[in-house]
Write a protein that binds this ligand. Structure first.
Ligand code: ADP
Ligand code: MG
Length: 303
């Protein structure tokens, strides 16, 4: 398992991560979320040994992960990392790129392995295309497949679907996370997309101001968001009498003390998001239809 103990790090003395403590089990899937600049990428780089921690330690099982000061070659066989900005060799094919670190000793085995990985990242038809002619999203998928090639025990992914369009993202995400679970590969995924986290993460870790402010299951954090920051990750919410109320928890009722004046309706697919004024404060709730501006409605909190 991965054990991070009292880890701190800063660039030029500016603290970026302070006293980070957490662990994950074999095959466990952890999501790391936090605003842009909260240190997600820095955390992954430290876990991979790309930089030296200022304080504390990182272990995978019995092996201490050491940075460049103590380790000549960055990285370990059991751990793979796909950076936010990944680099691939442009002039080799997709298949060669994915198989780059696979042994040539058993060519048939290697061919099968590459074929399987091409399927996971949905690039079978691009197998013989040169990497340089791929789109950003396709390159990202090659980088993912290459990281999986030698069956790591733990995979670090930095916003793995950032370059991938919405059409492909859903099926790729599903296939990838399913593959990781089926092969008992632990993963740490920096993300800002709740679709990466809610259905697939065993735990989620929230970074804010250099510290971990929450570390729990997505379901627990969704149901008991301690702070507006955490709630905002899950969707529209309101703070009513100091309590966080998601938009879908506000319902229109016949009678109540919460009288709101409708400002605008936004189409959101399965329902509309309605913006209204409640005693001078903006509130948001969900409704099945649009509501005419200036209509007065009674709202009730239904949890
Ligand atoms: P995130 O991935 O959550 O967006 P990062 O880990 O990239 O956050 O960055 C965390 C903080 O560290 C930011 O304030 C960023 O400006 C700073 N930072 C990142 N890389 C460097 C660097 N190489 N030198 C100095 N500061 C950096
Ligand atoms: Mg980042």
């Amino acid at each position: 398992m991965l054990q991070v103990k009292n880890m701190s790090f800063g660039y030029y003395k500016k603290p970026i991560l302070k006293h980070i403590d957490f662990q994950i089990d074999i095959g466990e899937h952890l999501s790391v979320i936090g605003e842009s600049g909260s240190g997600k990428s820095t955390l992954l780089k430290l876990l991979y040994g790309e930089m030296d921690v200022t304080e504390g330690s990182i272990f995978w099982k019995d092996t201490q992960i050491l940075g460049p000061k103590h380790n000549l070659i960055v990285g370990y066989d059991f751990m793979k990392y796909v950076a936010q900005e990944f680099d691939l060799m442009p002039f080799i094919t997709v298949a060669e790129s994915i198989g780059k670190h696979l042994s040539n000793f058993y060519p048939e085995k290697k061919r099968k392995r590459i074929k399987g990985l091409l399927e996971v990242v949905e690039l079978t038809e691009f197998s013989n295309i040169k990497v340089k002619s791929l789109s950003g999203g396709q390159k990202q998928r090659v980088a993912l497949a290459r990281a999986l090639a030698n069956r790591p025990e733990i995979l670090l992914l930095d916003e793995p679907f950032g370059h991938i369009d919405n059409f492909k993202r859903r099926s790729l995400r599903h296939k990838l996370f399913h593959y990781l679970k089926a092969n008992n590969i632990a993963s740490i995924v920096a993300s800002h997309d709740q679709e990466d986290v809610l259905p697939y993460a065993d735990r989620m870790l929230v970074l804010h101001k250099a510290e971990i402010v929450a570390n729990n299951t997505p379901e627990h954090l969704y149901k008991h968001p301690k702070t507006p920051l955490i709630a905002s990750f899950f969707g529209e919410f309101n703070v009513i009498d100091g309590e966080i109320i998601y938009a879908h928890q506000l319902k229109i009722v016949d009678r109540s003390n919460l009288k709101a004046t409708i400002k605008k309706s936004y189409f959101k697919g399965a329902s509309y998001l309605i913006e209204a004024d409640l005693n001078g404060e903006n509130v948001f709730f969900r409704y099945s239809e649009t509501i005419t501006t200036n209509t007065i409605v009674c709202l009730s909190i239904v949890k």
